[in-house]
Write a protein that binds this ligand. Structure first.
Ligand code: FES
Length: 69
């Protein structure tokens, strides 16, 4: 389903971007261009982004290995 008519962006595009790490509307704008035109899709895009993050499995903790200076 098209979410952003101005830029032909679908809910699938937004979910894919969420899975790839987009975590806010600004990240979606820079990746996809969503809400970069008239802006009327911003609320719906945010909602889909939230849903996308809610459905993702928890990521394992990142291993931090300090590098000697
Ligand atoms: S519908 Fe998305 S910017 Fe206009």
């Amino acid at each position: 389903m098209y979410v952003c008519i101005c830029n032909a962006i679908t809910d699938r595009d937004i979910r894919r971007a969420a899975a790839d790490g987009a975590d806010n509307l600004y990240a979606l704008q820079s990746r996809l261009g969503v809400a970069a035109g008239c802006g009327s899709c911003a609320d719906h895009a945010r909602e889909i982004l939230r849903e996308g993050h809610a459905k993702q499995p928890a990521r394992p903790p990142t291993l931090y290995v300090p590098v000697p200076a």
